[in-house]
Structure formats: C-alpha cells, structure tokens
Design a protein around this ligand. Structure first.
Ligand code: SF4
Ligand code: SF4
Length: 369
C-alpha cells in the first residue's frame, strides 16, 4: 500500500492528539519492570526511545541503545490478546430473591474506544485468528465483540526482529499487510504513514503530513526486507498437520517432557492461545454469584479433567496436545496454523524450549536456517 504521507517526528504527538480528539484512549508500548508492555499513552515521549532488546530461548533483556527511534525492538511478552480477551472476565451474574427465585443477568460489555499504537504484523495476524474464533464461529463472544468494535490499530512495520522471531517463515511479518487502520514505518526523522481503513484515513487527514519521497519509501522497504532476512529460525512448512499427526508416538515428545515444567508460560504469552476455564464465585451472603472466565492453559492438570478423569495426565501428552493443536488441529478449525511466528513462547519459556527446534527434531530436519 503506498504511503499516505510523512509525519515528522516533531509532530508525532499530533497522532495522539488526533486519536484522543476522535474519542480514543491511546495505548502504546512502554518500559515496565525490565520489559515492554502496553499501557495508557499520554505522550510519545513515554514510548521506549533508544531501547533495544536481546531475546534468546529462555532469556529476555532490555538495553539502552543509541538508536534515535522508539520502535527499534521486537515484541515484549504482551500481545493484543489481553486487551480483547481479558485474563479475567465476569460473563454473567445470578441473584437470589427473598422468595428463593433466581435472576440471571448478563455482564455489561465494556465498550471503551481504544487506539493501540505500535501493533506488529504477527499480532495483527493473531488478532485475525481471534476474530475467527470469538466473532465468526457459531457463538459470538459479546465482550470481545464490544472491545473489538472500539479498537483502532496503528501498526508499526517491524525492522528489529529478535533472535527468537520467525514471522517471515509463517508468512505473518515483518511487514504489516492487513488488519490495521494506520501503519507506520519508522525512520530517524519521522514516520511514513499508510492508511488501511476509512477510520485511518480520517485520522491521517488530521495530521500535518508531508509528501513521502520515493527515497524514504525505498529506505523503509529495504529495512523491512532486511528484517525478514535476519530471521534465522523457521518452521519447515506452513502446514504441519499431517506431519505431526503421523508422529504422535515419536520419542521426542518424551524428551521434551523431561525438560518442560508444564508452567503454561508459553500459552500465556502466545497471542493466539485462547484456552480458558469458567467458574462460579458466590458471594459470602449467598445472595449473588458471578460466573467468571479466566485464562487457562492446556499444560494444567485441570484443563483436561472431565468427570473423574484427567485425559492428559502427563507433560508428554500436554506438550504434544499444545504443539499438535497449534500447528496441526488449527488447520481444521481455522484454515491455517495457530502460530504467527512471534517467538514469545521461546523467549519466555523458563527452560528455553524452542518449538522450531522441537518441530525440526520431530521431522528429522536441522533446526534454524
Ligand atoms: S506458538 Fe509461540 S511463536 Fe507461535 S504464535 Fe504462539 S507464542 Fe508466538
Ligand atoms: S514449554 Fe516452557 S513455557 Fe511451555 S509449559 Fe513447558 S516449560 Fe513452561
């Protein structure tokens, strides 16, 4: 998509101003507790300027850099997921009246308008998958639907992939190609701006955009292409369904289970994982009860417990379930793999388990490269 214009860095705060004026709360990446997470953004000076990340299996570290940029790093642990699929949410409440009758009340969906500045291509691909799951299946999730309707997305094309990223091999990055209202290419002196929707065009029209030179567009494209080439991890195919289901008894499942702590970190940080559990939380007076939904993980014992039986009783079968569902079963459910190559599960696994390495071992191929 051609650039709509060039926004000088000195005018970057005008983007926040235009979004606030249009009724959005702006959210953007910020450094917190040694990592980068999304939080309410008051001004662009709060973005992670002159920061770079070092990510390896089981390792994430931020460092100062001399880059005159605020998006010169790869994704932190948090995707768009918690903004839309809340980690804890009340789904409905029950009230008991004095005569013993019960009344059930749906939870009111929170319909705040939120503009996210800095979404990466992999997270837009994950959002597309969550839209399929929460909005396009037979039952629509009203809370997700309300939050999604109020979302404005400002993507940033990724130019600094981490060592753990492999979005080029899944076809989901590093260039953002879909799902955004505006997309930015960061340069030292400002941003090339593209509009991807009518809402994006309306915001772009409020910005003091200069014309984007061909040289700037070429430089931006070259940075994105170079970012794709720098990625060393990969998956051997975008469809591993048959290959994985043909290897359900492979000894590698036991080998990885001997390292895996079944902690569920990988599923928490994964932008596409949506497993959850529901429970009732009665008030102490016995007159009201809330039915809640919390994130869960296929690595927990309770997740596969049904009527006196834990279906997946050991870590071998839980890791196998995670990987075969993510890279195999999703093709049947959603028409593609559930992995967008963000690499979070590799960086945030406390023992450094790397799914690209596990797949390579299962398929008998060399990892990386
Ligand atoms: S499986 Fe890992 S690399 Fe793939 S989308 Fe989930 S966290 Fe990212
Ligand atoms: S693969 Fe790593 S992050 Fe996932 S459950 Fe096992 S130890 Fe935890």
């Amino acid at each position: 998509m051609p650039a709509t214009g060039f926004l000088p860095r000195s005018a970057f705060d005008r983007l926040i101003g235009a979004l606030v004026q249009a009724g959005y709360r702006c959210v953007g990446p910020q450094v917190r507790d040694g990592t980068i997470i999304y939080d309410t953004l008051q001004a662009t000076r709060d973005l992670p300027y002159a920061i770079r990340d070092q990510q390896q299996p089981g390792s994430y570290r931020l460092e100062d850099s001399d880059a005159a940029r605020c998006f010169a790093w790869a994704n932190g642990p948090q995707a768009l997921k918690p903004l839309l699929f809340r980690p804890h949410e009340v789904l409905w409440q029950a009230q008991r009246h004095a005569n013993g009758s019960l009344r059930f009340l749906p939870a009111t969906a929170d319909a705040e308008r939120v503009a996210v500045i800095g979404a990466r291509a992999c997270d837009l691909a994950a959002l597309r998958l969550h839209d399929q799951h929460f909005l396009e299946s037979t039952v629509v999730d009203p809370g997700y639907q309300a939050r999604r309707a109020g979302l404005f997305l400002v993507a940033v094309h990724c130019t600094h992939p981490a060592d753990t990223c492999f979005c080029a091999s899944t076809g989901d990055g590093p260039r953002a190609t879909q799902g955004f209202d505006l997309a930015l290419s960061e340069q030292d002196d400002g941003f090339l701006v593209e509009a991807g929707s009518e809402a994006g065009e309306r915001i772009a029209a409020r910005l003091p955009l200069e014309s984007a030179s061909a040289a700037k567009s070429q430089a931006a494209d070259a940075e994105i292409d170079a970012a794709a080439r720098r990625q060393t991890r990969r998956l051997p195919s975008r469809d591993l369904r048959d290959a994985l289901f043909a290897r359900l008894e492979h000894p590698r499942w036991q080998a990885v289970a001997e390292r895996c702590l079944a902690c569920g970190n990988c599923t928490s940080v994964c932008p596409t994982c949506f497993c959850h559990r529901e429970q009732d939380e009665p008030a102490l007076n016995g007159n009201t009860s809330s039915h809640t939904r919390d994130w869960d993980s296929c690595f927990t014992q309770g997740h596969s417990y049904i009527h006196g039986l834990t279906v997946r009783a050991d870590t071998r079968t839980r890791y196998r379930q995670w990987l075969t569902h993510k890279l195999g079963g999703w093709h049947d459910q959603y028409g593609r793999s559930g992995c967008v190559g963000c690499g979070r599960c590799i960086s945030w696994c406390p023992v450094g388990i790397d799914l690209t390495e596990e797949v390579a071992a299962l398929l008998g191929e060399a990892a990386h490269g």
